[in-house]
Design a protein around this ligand. Structure first.
Ligand code: ADP
Length: 259
């Protein structure tokens, strides 16, 4: 739990993103406190995934600022000046951010265990034995301790997504981005993955930024829900308010259409 008075873990200040003539985000401003769970909802094409991709530095802002724990993504301090970020700076910020995708994106040619140890060893410089121990603890947490030596293709979609979650946690991120993590799963596997994420959110101080169509999940785990429409946040409220008594007619219409 957190409060809005804490220094933000993620800060968006007047973020504009254009693809050619298409203005996808038009002055997005938001602060997310450490440990906060924020969910982005809204119609398809409203800019939600673009926000995750900007935080992950897969895209650059057209204008405005994004900071992670006070460190700007697009710029860095050098010789008393603020200069455009170089790849080393971006890699440093990226280390603190994990992302779980709709399509799992596991390394198909590596065992489950190796999927979890690869980045901690290569990127964080962990000793292999330590990375191994961390990975086995996480596989235990996600209920897949017995799958360490399997290859991802031999697992169900739900199991693969649990591995992807464990892989993200193996980097001990401060921020975890979730992009429609249950969209590719068979319906009977969705609940298990969502309850795992709810458990992780409850028991860690990771800051979550989540895009989902699972409104029940958003309602259960979020501290705040942001409703997007055409590149703007039209409503920003605790879930109990947004889902039961939205202020905006557009939010009401959207919820009626998806629930
Ligand atoms: P959402 O996640 O809300 O469905 P997105 O952030 O994926 O929305 O997309 C918002 C808009 O940005 C869409 O109009 C989409 O076509 C456009 N867009 C996203 N990524 C790119 C890209 N790499 N190049 C051009 N347009 C893009």
């Amino acid at each position: 739990m957190s409060s809005q008075s804490d220094p933000p873990m993620i800060r968006f200040d007047n973020v504009v993103k254009r693809f050619g003539e298409n203005t996808v985000l038009d002055g997005f401003t938001c602060r997310m406190a450490p440990g906060e769970f924020v969910t982005l909802i809204g119609p398809s094409g409203s800019g939600k995934t673009t926000i995750l991709r900007l935080v992950m530095t897969l895209e650059r802002v057209t204008d405005g600022l994004i900071e992670i724990d006070g460190s700007p993504l697009s710029h860095m301090h050098r010789g008393g000046k603020l200069v455009p970020a170089d790849e080393k700076h971006l890699a440093g910020v990226r280390k603190r951010i994990g992302m779980v995708f709709q399509q799992f994106n596991l390394f198909p040619n590596m065992t489950v265990l190796r999927n979890l140890t690869e980045a901690p060893v290569r990127v964080l410089g962990l000793a292999p034995a330590e990375a191994d121990e961390r990975a086995r603890d996480l596989l235990d947490l996600v209920g897949l301790a017995d799958k360490a030596d399997e290859h991802p293709a031999r697992l169900s979609g739900g199991q693969q997504q649990r591995v992807a979650i464990a892989r993200a946690l193996a980097m001990r991120p401060d921020v975890l981005l979730l992009d429609e993590v249950t969209s590719a799963l068979d319906p009977e596997l969705v609940t298990g993955v969502l309850s795992l994420l709810g458990h992780i959110a409850d028991t860690t101080d990771i800051t979550f930024l989540c895009v989902t169509h699972e409104m029940g999940f958003a309602r259960d785990v979020s501290d705040r829900v942001l409703m997007f429409d055409h590149g703007h946040v039209i409503e920003d409220a605790p879930p109990e308010q947004l889902f039961t008594d939205p202020r905006e007619e557009r939010t009401r219409e959207f919820l009626q259409a998806v629930v």
